[in-house]
Write a protein that binds this ligand. Structure first.
Ligand code: TRP
Length: 342
């Protein structure tokens, strides 16, 4: 038998493929780390993984170019710093792989205005940036669908805020396949086993977000002093009992959940470790846990940031690999819709 050796056929059995993306808009928070990024590392052996910095998506709201550049490089270095091995994962910048925008144009012609105007994120973002409701913001989910469909991804790890976009991606793929035959794999959402939802430190009814004021979140690059200060100021409540009860004690429960997520200890055992103790002990213990988690990542981060040549090498290889895979899908699509081969 003549087996062709290609970058994606090195395993005996074909693994399921995972693709996810993260926007370079600010430094990721502890919430992004717990809810998304750290799970990515656990998937590398079982799946064929591609992770992309979604820089094209980030200009749907106005960005300062030098900040965008800085944040993009930092985010790339952070992916390596959390332990994503570039030999096992394809790590790349979306803007380095032109097939994303090419496929996006085609898929725009298979997506309806009505579908896009129903997207809750579009409604939210256009309310927030009412001076800049641009067409890119409107068709953002089509670009995201292109990111996923280009690689024939089977599974897409996404947070709750992206499930509607994943649903529309499935609709677009199914519609296209219905017209042209089986061109795209219709992807499923991937919901990690260890996904705790981390809430704001000041308003624990809301998700921790980097667009909130600084003391609401912990950034992955916060100094130990900042972490200590922010946890100290985190909202609790006036009855001094430490128990997990998100409804009545959202602030304390959030702190307990963070500790459980970072240590891997069950919530029950975290709670019982505080029997007879007060909020002060909870806060100082949790502060140590967070610092112990983030400081090795920050050391690695600094090492990568000081080795620009290495970073460039990794992102170029990532772009080449991604582009090779993307081209296969794109050329099929171009042929199917009736474009002339070059
Ligand atoms: N839109 C996603 C977010 O803001 C990022 C993203 C872009 C993405 N393309 C993707 C996520 C493809 C998953 C798959 O979080």
């Amino acid at each position: 038998m003549n087996q062709q050796i290609t970058p994606e056929s090195t395993g005996v059995e074909k693994k399921l493929r995972i693709l996810s993306g993260i926007q370079p808009s600010g430094t990721p928070t502890l919430g992004n780390y717990i809810g998304a990024m750290r799970n990515w590392k656990l998937l590398a052996d079982e799946y064929d993984c591609l992770y992309m910095i979604a820089d094209l998506h980030s200009i749907t709201v106005r960005q300062d170019p030098s900040k965008l550049r800085q944040q993009s490089i930092q985010l790339f270095a952070l992916l390596l710093a959390i332990g994503l091995d570039p030999e096992k994962n394809v790590l790349f910048f979306q803007s380095h792989v032109p097939q994303h925008t090419q496929l996006s144009w085609v898929l725009n012609c298979f997506t309806y205005m009505g579908e896009m105007s129903r997207m809750t994120q579009f409604k939210d973002k256009s309310a927030k940036h009412s001076d800049n409701i641009n067409c890119g913001l409107f068709t953002y989910p089509v670009l995201m669908a292109s990111d996923i469909l280009l690689y024939q991804a089977n599974l897409v790890p996404v947070g709750a805020d992206q499930t509607q976009h994943l649903e529309i991606c499935r609709d677009i793929a199914t519609r296209f396949n219905g017209i042209y035959g089986n061109v795209f794999t219709v992807p499923e959402g991937y919901y990690p086993k260890f996904g705790a939802r981390v809430m704001s430190l000041q308003d624990p009814a809301r998700k921790m977000s980097k667009s909130d004021p600084d003391d609401c979140f912990i950034s992955m690059l916060d100094s130990a002093d900042n972490i200590r200060r922010k946890i100290k100021r985190a909202v609790t409540d006036s009855d001094a009992e430490i128990r997990f009860d998100p409804e009545n004690k959202p602030g304390v429960s959030n702190l307990l959940a963070i500790q459980s997520a970072l240590t891997g200890d069950s919530l029950d055992s975290v709670v019982s470790s505080y029997e007879g103790k007060g909020y002060g002990v909870l806060k100082s213990t949790l502060t140590d846990v967070i610092i112990n988690t983030l400081s090795p990542i920050q050391n690695e981060f600094n090492r990568y940031m000081n080795d620009r040549a290495y970073l460039e090498n990794v992102w170029r290889n990532g772009a080449d690999h991604a582009s090779y895979l993307a081209n296969k899908t794109l050329s099929k699509v171009m042929k199917k819709v009736g474009f002339i081969a070059k």
